[in-house]
Design a protein around this ligand. Sequence first.
Ligand code: SF4
Length: 522
Amino acid sequence: MVAASPIRSLTKRALVVNCYFDDSHRPVRRPHKVPSAMGPVFLAGAFSPLCEVRLYNEVASGPLDDPALLGWPDMLVLTGLTNAFDRMLHLTAYARVRNPRVIVAAGGPAVRALPVLSRTFFDYACEGDIEELREVVADALGAAFAAEEMTPRYDLAYWIGSIGHAEASRSCNFRCDFCSMTAEDRQYRSYPVDALRRQIVAMGRKKRLFLVDNNFYGSDRAHFHARVELIEQMRAAGYFGDWGALVTTDFFYQNDNVERVARAGCKLLFSGVESFDVAWLRDVNKLQNVRSSPVEQIGRCLDAGVLFGYGLILDVTTRTIADLRQELEYVLDTPRIPLPAFLTLPIPLLGTPFFRECAAAGAFLPDTKLRDMDGTTLVLRPRDPMPEVVGFVRDLLTLRGYRRRALGHFARFARRYHSVLTAFQLKAAFASVALLCAYESTTMGPWNRLVSRSRRRTHVTTTEPLDRTYTPAFRLSAGYERYFMPTMVTDAMGRLTADVAEAAAPARRVRAAATSPVPVGS
Ligand code: SF4
């Protein structure tokens, strides 16, 4: 039980939750999944010291169904990826039943894409940047309970461990058709360098630092060099050891960029390769990726002593299985580059140009559920016959048929780069192989692996059974039935439902933060 505070009338309680549906469609925990969810850490900074704040991350801790914790807060703040929208509804119902006066604020890409629908469930459907939460807190609880400056609450993030996470910029200066950044159409903005410094100081000394920006490189070269210089200085001062970041492909156009970050202690760069097929990249407006050979770029990065990470999108809607297998085999035969860290089906995220195209073309499967937009479930009509595609997806999720080749690839990769990569980097490269071949064992504990295995999936949204979490974990009063029904993207004929029709409207520019994009106080 959660103990009652003797000074409750003078304080307010806030619970910030990262909502999540697991890829296995089971109620499991993935404490080792990286990168870690950082939304709750930044959002918690919106509350003043007059508030008692708790965080809960469903990725690391599993579905939140503790009645005591759900009844504890005066304010519940929910965030999560697009497909977690229904989990936000579940938690809203639980919290309201346990505490009828609770105030619920929700944000994230699904809420921004579905503001009208969201307003029917949440007291505050936040369409802006994280700073909007300060205004919400002031409005809902009183100005005294809103922080003057937002300081990330790393101290509450029990799931982060020895890797510090920080953010030097927001959004992206590119507009790939399938990306939620494109749906939101926000301008790329860099934080002042001093704000990054304050974040790093606030997180305390860590073994490693990961910059979670969508694009650490960005469009302002002077600012990029200034933030690398700061990171170099803070590393020298002992705040962290190795560091890594996400960059867009244009980072590699400039020959000395990789060497510059390598000198500053960077050991890992992650970049969205998505595919080696130039026609596909052009088709999805990822034109920054077609200017030069990705294998050459990746090889130069590794030669400089920086490990390269990436994922591949298996677009079964426009490409044949034979074509996709050929691409995968090309990677398995190329030890100049590492294996991808993940393989995913295309996800038509709400509000993206890709979503609108799919809706206009009638490409969605009947009875598509928003929850199934997870990259492991087919939500679009494939090009090849469905049974073959399902078999392909099932195999690829554990690399069945390619595991021996994957291990051979790693052996050749390690031989080639052992003199320039550290033991830790080689271990991280092997982690990609482990994630591809044995995702379950790599990201969860033994009990959860058993739970996860006990369920047979169809990998097709029309027939995929609902997760167990759609059944309420405890008795709820009448009126909450809709909160436990899946949000449908299409009806039985494959037509968009009224619930998500607003996400098919042309892109709206997301409301800019009322304050400067500085997420930390001094
Ligand atoms: S470069 Fe990456 S972050 Fe930027 S729009 Fe494309 S997919 Fe999104």
